[in-house]
Design a protein around this ligand. Structure first.
Ligand code: NAP
Ligand code: COA
Length: 273
């Protein structure tokens, strides 16, 4: 696909992307790399990151740094941010994309399962944003958080994810209002179901809901990782210089129809839903 953005839009700019070795976040990383950015990707598995970094460098010719860190561990996150700053001199854009998800009825969810998703999604987003604050202020940078439709539209078996992503959207606005005066913009993207990703496999695949849900989306199809990449290019760029605290929904209109068709299938699992 030919990009409408200038290929050198982010020349000399640096990004740090959690979860950047796979799925939607990798799509964002590739979009950044194709527009002149150098990108550090971070998640738990160094092996997975190294493989993704090599592939993306070969595909785009841009430099990728792979640094393993669990976003739940502040010290590890801080070390990864510091290593990126030492390597390239600073960070201009942070993308908080790391997340965990699985389908489980709240009545059967363990306290640790709930805590785990809050810890990865919400606490992880705070940890990375906090650790990157100084370099973002120095470079007048911006943060993009990855939310989900569940934040505003509750969905069965997703209590943990809905709560975590709602927290992320509030944190987006809280940090945007606190850090605006420091020259840091903070925004979020809400992807709808994105084709070929782990998220779709875990949520819809498990209940054989892929085709049914696709047909109910106003635009009649799932999104692509490239389309979420375009949102990130816009929000990270000077074209969005006056945008902060925004929650950009890119879901083909799914939030307007909510989960009606899924509910029928889920009631076969739990008739009391
Ligand atoms: P994915 O490929 O599984 O992405 C999740 C990433 O997070 C992985 O790269 C994973 O890498 C990393 N990760 C998980 N736990 C981590 C931890 N504790 N510390 C650091 N990194 C961790 O799934 P995806 O579907 O593309 O989702 C990407 C983002 O989009 C998520 O924020 C998700 O909530 C959001 N989203 C997805 C959809 C969709 O349709 N797929 C829709 C709405 C929102 P490791 O396993 O190597 O750590
Ligand atoms: N149903 C119910 N509970 C589940 C579950 C499932 N499918 N998967 C995990 N859990 C529970 C575990 O049983 C455990 O609770 P317990 O100690 O009370 O038994 C708790 O969640 C933590 O699980 P654990 O496997 O120890 O966590 P982890 O930190 O190793 O892995 C996950 C995190 C669970 C989120 C794992 O699915 C993961 O690594 N996900 C990353 C990829 C992803 O989710 N992508 C989609 C993004 S939208």
């Amino acid at each position: 696909m030919t990009s409408i953005f200038h290929p050198e839009l982010f020349k000399d700019k640096i990004a740090f992307v959690t979860g950047g070795g796979s799925g939607i976040n990798r799509g964002i990383v590739e979009a950044f790399l194709r527009h002149g950015m150098k990108v550090a990707i971070s998640s738990r598995s160094q092996e997975r990151l190294d493989k993704a970094a090599t592939e993306m460098q070969e595909q785009t010719g841009s430099e990728v740094l792979a640094i393993a860190a669990d976003v739940r561990q502040y010290d590890a996150v801080e070390a990864a941010i510091n290593a990126t700053v030492e390597h390239w001199g600073g960070i201009d854009v942070v993308v908080n994309g790391a997340a965990g998800n699985f389908m489980v009825p709240a009545a059967h969810m363990s306290a640790n399962a709930f805590r785990t998703v809050i810890d990865i999604d919400l606490n992880g987003t705070f940890n990375v944003s906090r650790a990157a604050f100084a370099t973002l202020e120095a470079r007048q940078g911006n943060i993009i958080n990855i939310s989900a439709v569940q934040a505003a539209h509750p969905m069965p078996f997703q209590a943990h994810v809905g709560a975590a992503k709602a927290g992320i959207e509030n944190l987006t606005r809280s940090l945007a209002s606190e850090w605006g005066g420091r020259g840091i913009r903070v925004n979020a993207i809400v992807p709808g179901p994105i084709a070929g990703t782990e998220g779709v496999d875990r949520i819809l695949g498990q209940f054989n809901l892929v085709e049914q849900v696709e047909g109910t989306i106003p635009l009649r199809r799932f999104g692509t990782v490239e389309e979420i990449g375009n949102c990130a290019l816009f929000l990270a760029s000077p074209a969005a210089a006056y945008i902060t605290g925004a929650i950009l929904v890119c879901d083909g209109g799914q939030h307007m129809v909510n989960y009606g068709p899924m509910l029928g299938v889920m009631r076969q699992v739990d008739p009391k839903l």
